[in-house]
Design a protein around this ligand. Sequence first.
Ligand code: MSK
Length: 649
Amino acid sequence: LNAEMPGKEEVLTLTPNPATRDLLEHMADLKIENLWDRFEKQQPQCGYGLRNLCCRMCQWGPCRITAKARRGICGRDENAIVMANILRALVAGLAAHWRHAHEVILSIIAAAEGRANLPIKGETRVWELVDKLGLNCSRDNLKEAALKVAFVLLEDLGRLTWQPLRLLEAYAPEDRKEIWRRLGVLPRSGAYEVLEALHMTTLGGCTDWKEMAVQELRSALAYCYATLFTSSLATEILFGIPEPKLARVNYGVLKADHVNILLHGHSPVMVEKVLEKLNTPEIKELVHKVGAKGIVVGGMCCTGDELLARYGIPTVTNIMGQELALGTGAVDAVIVDMQCVIPGLKIVADCFGTQIITTCPSNRIPGAVHIPFDPERPETLDKDALQVARLAIEAYARRDRNKIFIPSSTTQALVGWSLEAILERFGGEDKIARLLKEGTIKGLATVVGCNTPKVPYEHSHVTITRKLIEGDILVTTTGCCSHALLNAGLCDPEAANLAGPGLKRVCRELGIPPVLAVGGCVDNTRTLRLFFTVAQATGAPLAQMPLAFVGPEPGNEKTVGQGVSFLTHGISNFIGFPGPLPVPLPSLREEATSIDDLDRGSTEVTDFFAGEDLKELLGAKIFTEPYPELAAQAIKMHIKRQRWSLGWK
Ligand code: MSK
């Protein structure tokens, strides 16, 4: 597997964004280390780790499965080790989204109780939830309704006794609920499934990998409904449902003579307040005083996606571009909240004098200024946000402005594709269903997820997506992948020219791009809901629909739950290499004849997820393909097969 890892040269040749190439070379000239340098120093990476064949779940180990040692010290075999590793990764991701959801829900409570100066802009979403959850609320008291909704969401995060998730009951398709009930995978709450998964996998716990696989599915449903749905819907309650708008993105949005502030992380509550403060006369005066011509605010990762969707605030880059963004030497401050903020960010910041401000108590960085946001003590929110804004502006005066290098390219994008916005632009789900049935649009795919240095940066995201739209497949995107596709111009209505004839006609008629950026990672729920709605309109079960989940560059533990969430709904996964689920390359599997051949992962677990077992249970499976051209081919074949099974041309 190590032989498959790209070197820096390959990254420079294949990464699709010219600005990335320029910045990589610029940082090399300045001799400033970035994650690609550290990746190179880590080679070769541990072969056991790459295949999930090592176990660190007790203090007897670490153990690894070898030709000599077919079991760990406690007796765990390869299947139990691999499955436990995958399960722990999924619930670590669940915990991350859980923390995000928790912050936003507590913010709604503080807003509704009048303790925090925060808005409740998503009135439609509040009433939708009141109706779906069957809550008894007076229609003239929005705050009271929001409060009741928030407490239900909070309960789904933390319930410890048996009761199905309220959001799952409210939103999941009926035929799926029946399948999950039969399989016994209905979860209690986000917190409970994390605890149970950790309990099962500790020393002397569960050794039956199949039971752990069941817990994987149960945890994925908790991940999906108790944390993704909650975060996405709760953020809409606070700040409103996004609507389409034009924006400009890419590194070129930064301006040498302006204060450049980047907003980074996942939970947008504090930065919403900071944005408000950046528009106050006090801050404008400060900008003038420090000698800047104005302020540029740019987004990174999922906080960036949120602000792009809601306000058209330009995004710059994703998780793997964060050091490069600072490598421009033009960034005065980065305000970070939670998750995907790599330690390397501060290392590069120190080379340029960039101010890093952390706002989440869970995400501290040594040497950074810490101004925390705590939704349970929201009284200081306005004062703190003003202080953050002030520090960011003051950084302009201190920073060394001699090393500025901003690649000039910017890209246009039409963004803000909430579920409502998509349905409205198409004229309803029936229209999408008709386009699918007649074959004008061949299928819907969501291309999402992180980046990894194990494949050439952003190359798989962009290559696969280009091929899919050429094949008349409409694409939605979120998270770090969306930054790759935004910067590549695929979210611009002009990208209709790159689409196949059917999709191109639809895009032209509706004025939409062939790739719809729907938001941050938690907004994969927007795509899921789109899939539910369209499937219902066609009358076909989800598992038979021409749909696909594509995660070409898996990175964070959170990606495991994203993929398995779609899988539980009968939507097959197409994962790049090396996936979080250690399915070996097909060629290596054929060659693998015994445990001595360490090129294989865990045969039984692999066969369960990528073979017919899971397909029989859920109607979907996992495909892995490292080469993007071949992956696109496999996705198109899958869409074709699904269409044939429905009798659609
Ligand atoms: S930010 S979870 S690297 S998509 Fe959501 Fe990107 Fe993955 Fe973080």
